[in-house]
Design a protein around this ligand. Structure first.
Ligand code: ADP
Ligand code: MG
Length: 602
């Protein structure tokens, strides 16, 4: 997905591979102002500014799943902020930029804090609502010139160079746009980027890997707003004029269209979408009046129809469809052999009390799914939790790992209470888990999915990622992920999309992801389901090896044969309660267990 992925720290020859393409791209970028007529340069400027806004939208909507119809409001806030400061208060455009970004950042943080808690459609509706509110605010405030706006903005000047024509503004606009495109691309190809890509469908999994998903959503929302703000500042000083009409709800819908046309899950989709839509609109504006023999906003109607046709043909937008025809990108280079390994957690001595579950309860409405579960585990053992379907095993898992809040009872890890804590906090204390229904980011490679498991072993944030100040740490995280993938036997699939693996392998990949966290306690929910006999044996061998290294494993499993040869002790539950516990051979002949298995489920 990334155009700059090969840009690894150990590749120093700067004019090799991708660097050469960057140079060609840069030169191509410098040509238009000299070659094209003024009018077309102006169009390119509009495309650049729209790309900035749409890029933010791609990251929040296409990648993180936050559908916003309100980006134009941030464009407007920035444009008005710089207009007010430069025209009404006489400040410089650079001061205007600082003020615009500060204001947009603050407003976005506030709006994000209120609306990001809403889910799905409510969030989108809220973005429409504040988009409308801000439009009318601009239009009605006499200080802001109401619907006629503010004019006579000064042009931006830098080191004696005044950006006062389309051709000169072109450079300013496109340096910002390209910088933002590269930054966003870098961001998505990083530790934070993996977490962002999990936000849309896999927030619970990301939390179990230690990601603070609410905080991350807030961060990307503010960053997208800042991009829109930058576009607003450029817009204001390029046109030297602001009025509310450019920041109405239809502008917000246009931006969303652009994202969808280009490919909302792809950074370069922003550029393609903004280009296609801006040019097509311009062209339709010329052509349609001739067809209909009068003027009117027919282009909006035609655009709606074209949009529906496009979506019928390609749901994902233009960029992914085109990429399908291009040769596949080579897999990313392996981290250099001298990458230092990540530090490891200290493991408690075998026999130390590790997990204590006391009178644990979970109520789902009228159903008491877990009534009263009490058991404990020592460091270095494999404990099997078995029982018929619907007994409450997965629920017990979700309570221990913090994925679900308990209704009662206590859970302690190494003596400290963890019930009531968020799952990311429990992950930090050394618990890692797999899910019964696999939870993975299907378009991301196996390597990236597993590296997400090592999230807490890195610390570089979004800004470091955009600037590529995270490469050394990233190499260590990826090396660790690759090691765990080799270990579980998925080495050959490392660069495949995780969603393309057979289900059994996806489960095994979840184990690698959990191991990448370097846990003390591993919770596995039916890891052998969907595996063939030989694969099950390999998995059992792997789990024994992990135990020998001092890892403790709590295993839910259906396959009796698999469990019996592997676990140290068993806890059997039915209808939310323990019905037996003991050594495997004791459990096999336990009357209550035979009754539960034979009487309950075939
Ligand atoms: P097991 O993993 O042992 O098969 P589960 O823990 O998945 O069982 O489910 C135990 C019971 O709780 C079942 O009756 C199931 O339908 C119910 N249950 C599980 N999760 C939920 C939920 N999120 N909401 C409502 N009921 C649930
Ligand atoms: Mg289950």
């Amino acid at each position: 997905m990334s155009a700059v992925r090969e840009d690894r720290p150990h590749r120093r020859g700067w004019l090799t591979g991708s660097a050469r393409w960057w140079l060609v791209g840069l030169l191509a970028l410098l040509l238009p102002p000299w070659l094209l007529p003024e009018f077309q340069v102006t169009l390119l400027n509009y495309i650049g500014m729209a790309t900035l806004v749409v890029l933010g939208l791609v990251v929040i909507t296409g990648v993180a799943g936050i559908v916003s119809f309100g980006q134009q409001a941030f464009v407007g806030i920035a444009a008005y902020a710089t207009a007010t400061l430069t025209v009404l208060a006489g400040g410089s455009p650079w001061l205007g930029l600082a003020a615009a970004l500060a204001l947009v950042g603050a407003v976005a943080a506030l709006i994000g804090w209120v609306t990001l808690r809403l889910s799905g459609h409510y969030l989108s509706i809220a973005t429409i609502a504040w988009g409308i509110a801000i439009y009318y605010l601009f239009g009605n405030l006499p200080q802001l010139g109401q619907y006629s706006g503010i004019d006579n903005l000064p042009p931006v000047a830098l080191a004696g160079w005044v950006f006062d024509t389309s051709r000169k503004s072109y450079l300013l606009i496109w340096v910002c746009t390209l910088g933002a495109l590269v930054g966003a691309q870098n961001l998505l190809d990083s530790r934070s980027g993996r977490a962002i890509r999990a936000l849309r469908f896999r927030a619970a999994m990301a939390e179990s890997c230690g990601v603070d998903t609410a905080a991350l959503k807030q961060v990307v929302f503010v960053q997208a707003a800042l991009l829109a703000g930058l576009a607003g500042w450029l817009h204001a000083h390029f046109l030297r004029f602001v009025s509310p009409h450019a920041f109405g709800v239809n502008a917000g819908i246009d931006y969303l269209f652009m994202a969808v046309i280009g490919g909302a899950s792809h950074v370069w989709g922003a550029l393609v979408g903004a280009t296609v839509m801006t040019l097509a609109k311009e062209w339709l504006k010329d052509v349609l009046p001739q067809l209909f023999h009068n003027t009117g906003n027919y282009e909006t109607v035609v655009f709606g129809v074209l949009m529906i046709l496009l979506l019928r043909r390609t749901r994902e937008g233009l960029v992914p469809s085109v990429m399908r025809w291009l040769p596949a990108r080579p897999p990313r280079a392996a981290p250099p052999a001298d990458t230092p390994p990540l530090p490891r957690r200290e493991r408690p001595a075998a026999g130390t009390p590790l997990l204590e579950v006391t009178a644990l309860q979970k109520r789902f409405g009228g159903l008491l799914a877990v009534k009263d579960m009490t058991f404990s585990m020592q460091a270095g053992e494999i404990l099997g939790l078995i029982g018929p379907n619907g007994a409450g095993k997965s629920t017990v898992f979700n309570l221990i790992s913090g994925t679900l809040p308990a209704s009662g009872g206590e859970v302690r890890l190494l003596g400290e209470r963890i019930d009531g804590r968020p799952s990311r906090d429990i992950a930090r204390r050394g618990l890692a888990r797999s899910f019964q229904q696999v939870h993975l980011v299907s378009r991301m490679s196996v390597l990236d999915n597993v590296a997400l498991g090592a999230h807490l072993r890195g610390g570089k944030g979004t800004v470091a990622a955009m600037l590529r100040r995270d490469r050394a740490e990233e190499a260590r995280l990826l090396a660790e992920a690759a090691r765990q993938i080799e270990r579980v036997g998925l080495g050959a699939s490392m660069h495949e999309a995780a969603g393309s693996l057979p289900l059994g392998r996806q489960r095994v990949m979840e184990i690698a992801r959990a191991l990448a966290a370097d846990p003390l306690l591993l919770l596995l929910d039916e890891p052998a389901a969907g595996l063939r006999y030989a694969e099950k044996q390999a998995l059992a061998e792997l789990l024994r090896g992990l135990r020998a290294e001092g890892l403790s494993i709590l295993l839910v499993e259906h396959d009796m044969e698999f469990v019996m040869g592997l676990v140290d002790r068993l806890v059997v539950m039915d209808f939310g309660e323990e019905i037996a516990h003991g050594l495997p051979h004791e459990i096999q002949s336990h009357p209550a267990v035979i009754e539960a298995y034979l009487g309950g489920v075939e």
